[in-house]
Write a protein that binds this ligand. Structure first.
Ligand code: SF4
Length: 246
């Protein structure tokens, strides 16, 4: 049984012509010569690598729609709701706003959080850049950890390198950190992820030493999602600029 839906997906705006498809490949059971197309395979022959991207690129987020045979709705979690700890066992005092959800992470240098939540990592994509301000503000006032994904400096048009070949100035990274800090009040943190290229360019040294970031995450590969690891640019000049950065 194939739990995925190969060859057509709303995320890339593709669809099969035929009602029935071969489950393993997703090809129509009657794939006809002269089909006007719609499926991944058809689009890939014309548009090639564009099928890597959820569409319309830069304006959407996309969720994985693999059909798992078990999901959370099949489980009943029987919560234990009797008694009170850390607060008087008095119905007027043990009320739900009195619950303490604070926690911390880190061994030597602890980071306090109001609620144990880390956001998903939003990195170099356009959708992250366009929505960063309200995303960062929400994380900061909630006292949670905001995860800034990889390759933010690498894609920054205003990126400047020092004479040592390492990052000297990245307006986009500085803006992201500044917007989180605007409403930061001691809980949570901005965590900066970096991939192999980020590490090579000195993102760690830049954000820790120059921008005062306290938490970083080193990544060894792009494995979180089936469509990650690629970004799309809108001009040849931009592609050449990024290519030169390696
Ligand atoms: S090319 Fe057309 S007929 Fe063939 S699998 Fe794709 S949608 Fe179906």
């Amino acid at each position: 049984m194939n739990l995925q839906k190969p060859n057509s997906n709303e995320a890339v705006q593709t669809a099969n012509r035929s009602r029935d498809v071969a489950p393993q490949s997703g090809i129509c059971s009657r794939c006809v010569d002269g089909c006007r197309g719609g499926c991944d395979m058809f689009h890939a022959t014309f548009r090639g690598r564009e099928l890597l991207y959820p569409q319309p690129f830069g304006s959407i987020t996309a969720g994985a729609d693999k059909n798992y045979p078990v999901d959370y709705s099949h489980l009943n979690i029987m919560g234990y709701a009797l008694g009170a700890r850390g607060v008087d066992p008095d119905p007027d005092k043990a009320t739900f706003p009195a619950v303490n959800t604070e926690t911390s992470f880190g061994v030597t240098n602890k980071v306090k959080m109001k609620v144990p939540i880390f956001t998903g990592a939003l990195g170099s994509t356009d959708i992250a850049r366009k929505n960063w301000e309200h995303f960062a503000t929400g994380a900061a006032i909630s006292g949670i950890v905001l995860v800034c994904g990889e390759n933010v400096c690498g894609i920054d048009p205003g990126l400047e390198f020092g004479s040592n070949g390492k990052i000297k100035h990245s307006p986009e990274m500085e803006k992201r950190i500044r917007e989180y800090r605007r409403y930061f009040d001691g809980y949570g943190d901005i965590l900066v992820q970096m991939n192999v290229e980020d590490t090579r360019m000195g993102v760690a040294e830049y954000v820790l030493d120059k921008l005062g970031v306290q938490t970083i995450e080193l990544k060894w590969g792009q494995g979180a999602k089936c469509i990650g690891g690629e970004i799309k640019v809108d001009s040849l000049e931009r592609a050449i600029q990024l290519k030169k950065r390696g």
